[in-house]
Design a binder for this molecule. Structure first.
Ligand code: XCC
Ligand code: SF4
Length: 653
């Protein structure tokens, strides 16, 4: 192993104690992890500012990041063209990932409705009816199957339509939609937008950063309000809309005396099928015959978050822990599907004799065992994996070391559940949420989302940012790997209300909810968009999403998917801050466009900060600015006085 890593102290790499223990063990075992590679490989200084172009063989052309207008590419492309094109391609890639996933879910839905797939059935017919109604599909007096087939036909347009507006535009607040129409950025269909984005960013096509930004927004909106939103809705219809459930998280969920199977990736089907196989009496008996106390199924990353929200399945950790968990030696099978699977997991798995299995033809890893999951017979794949895991359990050789660390939290919130939780089952409504924002108990709403990254101390910014937000009465909505950081830190349990400011704490205690609401995986960011639309529709907080006292943040992001998400938040009207790095050359017109000018046109805008307290400060300042514009800043001053008065009274009593 390289020398430098000896110098990087483990406590500078992660705040997750279990991951820290495993990094230390890996070093002892002589096994390299991505933390070590990140320390040893400096990011390219030109690439990290996105100041290079390799879109043709006249280049690659590198700009001067310190003086970006010094030169242009061989074709004449300016720094603004180069950075905007690179940004557009990141958004196209991120959007492609989410929409390809969503389209897969929709196909599964079609096959289940048609009876071609009999392994799954519709678990939430009520949600099916709600989504159908939202898209103006007649539901009255019709068979569920008929409605479902119409819904399929309608939703397919999200991906394949070439003209017009994608169906979910019906759920956008009118004023927000009006802006998009005026700007010409309403998505037609995801395939069309991604195709056009790739075309326009090729050599010699769109060389006007403002014009490029429009297509960047249109592509991103096809993700958030398109591919991702359809995926969330269809997954809820097929596998059930989440309701709050208490869960156990962290590497301590691995059990020394059980067959530990981890599923890591993004598509719910592998884990849903695995849940069936792990409960199969014959396989359970086989595990017991092998000397195990049972089969212990565990999720990681986003598919883990899906199953955690829906079934309360234990979750072993986020993106930065997926190699480290293998170092325990206790993983009897690691099976993966698509996205965020580090190629080197295969080698780390080999070091600990853990079978590493890919299951999706889209995502094979050189040298890894591939067992294709066929949606029509998913159990064939998952049963085979369980058997492999049991065999590995029987022959476990290396010493096992499981960090005895777990956290508990309540997860599985959804747009629908927030409605019910606040308004009651008979008069489900966002009015209590809006009222509490208007009266100032809740200062505003923040979406804190996204990945972890070995170049940013794992979990640190997520946790410190969220602590600061709730301390300042900002209600936090959570998705993705961020959610696991907070769960491990105890911020998703009702007890976390004690860390909230007086107003937010009061609301949490009254309703019995934590101040941090886990909404699922990254495609479930669409739940935040729907919640935001509902807040606008409920009234009292302005006419468009841009009017809401709300902000977003991805403090430790790494994936192109995060950039697509950030862009659809911004285009939807939300101020969105990214941390630790941003693919942007400072001092360019394109930077000014994304970070300032978009807001003046009625959109949200991008922000950047490296320090979590600075992120919180920027978000809270923005929330206060929106409160002021809405004329509800006075209400908040009164509430704080009331609370202070009450404390004085309490003290006197
Ligand atoms: Fe991947 Fe979704 Fe990022 Fe986590 S948060 S590192 S994208 S697993 Ni989605
Ligand atoms: Fe260079 Fe222009 Fe080719 Fe990019 S497209 S590599 S800037 S010549």
């Amino acid at each position: 192993m390289a020398k430098l890593q000896e110098l990087i102290r483990v406590e500078d790499l992660t705040t997750c104690d279990a991951t820290a223990q495993m990094i230390t063990k890996a070093r002892k075992d002589g096994v390299e992890l991505f933390f070590d590679r990140a320390s040893n490989m400096k990011p390219c200084p030109i690439g990290s500012e996105s100041a290079c172009c390799k879109h043709c063989s006249m280049g690659p052309c590198r700009m001067n990041v310190n003086s970006p207008y010094d030169r242009v590419g061989v074709c004449g492309a300016t720094i603004d063209t180069i950075v905007a094109r690179n940004f557009g391609r990141m958004v196209a890639a991120g959007t492609a990932a989410h929409t390809d996933h969503g389209m897969g879910m929709l196909e599964l839905f079609r096959d289940v409705v048609n009876g071609k797939n009999t392994e799954f059935k519709i678990q939430d017919p009520l949600k099916l009816l709600e989504v159908a109604k939202a898209l103006d599909i007649v539901t009255e007096g019709r068979e569920l199957k008929e409605i479902a087939l119409d819904l399929y036909t309608e939703l397919e347009k999200t991906y394949t339509q070439v003209d017009g507006e994608i169906p979910m535009m019906k759920r956008v607040p009118p004023k927000t939609l009006e802006l998009w129409r005026k700007e010409g950025i309403v998505p037609r269909g995801a395939m069309r937008e991604i195709m056009e984005m790739m075309h326009r960013t090729a050599i010699g096509v769109d060389q006007d950063y403002e014009n490029l930004t429009k297509q960047i927004s249109r592509t991103a909106l096809a993700d958030g309000w398109g591919g991702s939103m359809v995926s969330t809705d269809i997954t809820d219809i097929l596998f059930g809309t989440p309701t709050p459930v208490e869960v156990e998280v962290g590497m301590g969920v691995l059990k020394e005396d059980k067959v530990n199977i981890i599923v890591h990736g993004h598509e719910p089907i592998l884990l849903e099928a695995m849940i069936i196989s792990a409960a199969d009496p014959e396989l359970k008996q086989m595990a017991i015959d092998a000397g195990a106390k049972g089969i212990n199924l565990i999720g990681m990353c986003c598919s883990g978050l899906d199953a955690l929200s829906r079934h309360g399945l234990p979750h072993a950790g986020n993106f930065s822990s997926t190699e480290a968990v293998l170092v325990t030696g206790a993983v009897d099978a690691m099976c993966v599907d698509v996205q965020c699977i580090k190629q080197d997991m295969k080698r780390v798995a080999d070091c600990y004799d853990t079978p590493f299995i890919t299951t999706n033809y889209r995502a094979k890893i050189e040298g890894a065992l591939h067992i294709q999951l066929d949606e029509h017979e998913p159990l064939k794949c998952t049963e085979e994996i369980v058997i492999k895991a049991i065999t590995r359990f029987k022959t476990r050789g290396k010493t096992i070391q499981i960090p005895r660390i777990t956290g508990r939290g309540v997860h599985g919130f959804s747009y629908e559940y927030i409605n019910y939780m606040l308004g009651g089952s008979f008069r489900g409504s966002y009015k209590p949420l809006n009222d509490n924002i208007i009266n100032g108990r809740i200062r505003g709403v923040a979406g804190v989302v996204g990945c972890t990254n070995p170049r940013s101390k794992q979990d640190f910014s997520h946790v410190e940012l969220v602590k600061e937000l709730i301390r300042n009465d900002v209600l936090v909505l959570q998705t993705g790997c961020s959610q696991l950081a907070l769960a491990k830190a105890g911020l998703t349990g009702p007890g976390a209300a004690a860390l909230a400011g007086p107003g937010l704490a009061e609301v949490c205690e009254t309703v019995g909810m934590p101040p941090v609401l886990g909404l699922g995986s990254c495609v479930d960011n669409s739940r935040i968009l729907i919640a935001a639309s509902e807040m606008v529709r409920t009234g009292g907080l302005g006419d468009s999403i841009a009017d809401l006292p709300a902000a977003g943040c991805a403090p430790e992001w790494m994936s192109e998917k995060a950039i697509a998400i950030g862009q659809y938040f911004v285009a939807s009207g939300i101020y969105t801050i990214f941390g630790h790095t941003f693919p942007m050359t400072n001092g360019t017109k394109f930077e000014k466009h994304l970070f300032e000018e978009l807001e003046t046109k009625g959109f949200g805008k991008w922000g950047f900060a490296d320090d979590p307290l600075e992120m919180a400060r920027l978000m809270i300042a923005h929330i206060d600015k929106k409160r002021h514009a809405l004329g509800i800043d006075k209400a908040r001053e009164r509430v704080l006085m009331d609370m202070a008065d009450r404390r004085v009274l309490d003290a006197m009593a």
